[in-house]
Design a protein around this ligand. Structure first.
Ligand code: AMP
Length: 468
């Protein structure tokens, strides 16, 4: 769960990267960083915390140059510490290079063990550092060739931005798990971003999506596109549309908002119920709740208010904070709920603890009935490709039937969207048709079918050297 941005050809590159990261903050709230190049050297700022707090005017002024990359991070591999913050920047025999990574490598542990056995020294526990080592050791001569050589050895999900003294390079893995798009700022500058919502803030125009398996190199000679990897069936992450991406983004030509709205409409067809009001669990359930209300004819209202002054509670790495989470984040509007039969729409149930607290909160505000509707199928498998999900054992739907989950969350009824309904909502918007596998998507968290097997179970390694 991370976001990346790259800017090339603009004298305010670091400022634009900062704005881009601001728009991508929902993708990771643990740490953020920007590396800028003035054509001769790279300078970087990396800190724990939120984008708006880290990048003071002084720090941004330090990041000189017309090219920059940025990263927001939530750890899915490697622990939460400054050592693991990105972009990673290193000097190697060919010069300096920095990298920001969204995704998760499934063979990072084997590669790391091999590299360590051969004498490599690692500074972090993040899987991304493996890529840097492979680049430094490559026998290829140019940086794009070295990157391609390194990436041919890794398996898993990666949307990457690289910055050297004179080049911005972006790569999306052959299966295209994580999104990535290309835009233009004015006539001369380019922007690469995880999500198109960043274009709005920097006044960029959308050019196109970066295709699965594509490498884009931007330097003083312009922009070149390459296909350095063998072709593979595309497996775009469905969960980006369900929950992770911002609704004002388009991923591979499909509006996240329209997809969510359609999920809600289809949910109303699959799981109708007589009720007085449809409410959302804000913000992730809003578009689907509006869709449910439109299709069912039951009025939509705001029955839960979200405080925007706390992050997504689930994303906070500390278990203690999560216990307070729901109340910190959500509060019931008694006037909307009292005496009503309420349909409450959320995007997913993970452990079930949030849903249980929400149902009890709605009842506590006087609702007569509470009907929970989920705009995705039961989450039965953890993600191995970059979305933070707990272990299979902790996923309530991996070991409970829907009716047991309903009892646990104490709802009067519970309905999940079918996988077919989810595909209809995302693929049904197909313009243009996507290439790749049967449908071009990864649905492992809902189906348990993983497109790339993990060779060793993912484990995060504790560095023995810890700063005071
Ligand atoms: P839980 O209490 O574990 O069932 O949490 C479910 C809530 O977490 C839902 O409201 C989702 O919007 C949200 N959610 C689902 N997946 C994730 C994720 N990977 N990271 C953060 N929040 C999530």
């Amino acid at each position: 769960m991370c976001g990346v941005v790259g800017i090339y050809g603009h004298k305010e590159a670091a400022n634009l990267a900062y704005l881009g990261l601001y728009a991508l903050q929902h993708r990771g709230q643990e740490s953020a960083g920007i590396v800028a190049s003035d054509g001769e050297r790279l300078r970087f700022v990396r800190e724990m915390g939120h984008v708006g707090d880290i990048f003071t005017a002084d720090r941004l002024a330090h990041l000189k140059g017309a090219a920059a990359i940025g990263h927001v991070r939530y750890s899915t591999a490697g622990d939460s510490s400054l050592k693991n913050a990105q972009p990673i920047a290193v000097d190697y025999s060919g010069g300096s290079v920095a990298v920001g990574h969204n995704g998760n490598l499934v063979n990072a542990i084997e590669l790391r063990e091999r590299l360590e056995a051969e004498g490599s020294i690692f500074q972090s526990t993040s899987d991304t550092e493996v890529i840097v080592h492979l680049i430094a050791r490559s026998r290829e001569t140019t940086l794009p060739e070295r990157i391609a050589d390194a990436l041919r050895q890794v398996r898993g999900a990666y949307s990457l931005v690289f910055l050297s003294e004179d080049k911005l390079i972006a790569v999306r893995d052959p299966m295209g798990f994580r999104p990535m798009a290309l835009g233009r700022i004015g006539n001369d500058a380019h922007i690469i971003t995880s999500e198109t919502c960043a274009f709005e803030l920097v006044e960029a125009t959308f050019v196109r999506n970066i295709e699965p398996g594509e490498m884009i190199v931007i330097d003083k000679d312009g922009l070149r596109s390459m296909r350095p990897f063998p072709e593979a069936p595309a497996h775009r992450c469905l969960f980006e549309w369900v929950y992770f991406a911002r609704p004002d983004s388009q991923i591979d030509g499909r509006s996240v908002y329209r997809a969510r709205e359609h999920m809600g409409k289809r949910l109303a067809v699959e799981h109708p119920v007589p009720a007085d009001v449809v409410i959302a669990v804000p913000d992730s359930g809003v578009a689907a709740a509006i869709g449910y209300a439109r299709e069912s004819g039951i009025p939509y209202d705001q029955g839960l208010m979200r405080s925007h002054y706390v992050g997504r509670t689930f994303i906070e790495p500390s278990q203690q904070i999560r216990h307070f989470g729901v109340k910190l984040k959500l509060s019931p509007v008694h006037e909307v709920l009292r005496g009503q039969r309420v349909v409450v729409v959320d995007d997913s149930i993970v452990r079930g603890t949030t849903s249980r607290k929400i149902v009890s909160m709605i009842r506590g505000a006087g609702a007569r009935e509470v009907h929970m509707r989920i705009s995705s199928p039961p989450t039965v498998g953890p993600c191995r490709y970059g979305i933070d999900t707990p272990t299979k054992e902790e996923l309530i739907a991996s070991n409970h039937e829907v009716d047991d989950i309903r009892k646990f969350i104490e709802a009067d009824s519970l309905g999940y969207l079918s996988l077919e309904g989810l595909y209809e909502s995302v693929e049904g918007l197909a313009r243009p048709a996507l290439g790749g596998g049967p449908q071009g998507f990864c649905d492992a968290c809902f189906s348990g079918k993983y497109p790339i097997a993990a060779e060793k179970p993912a484990r995060s390694r504790q560095l023995r050297l810890l700063p005071a």
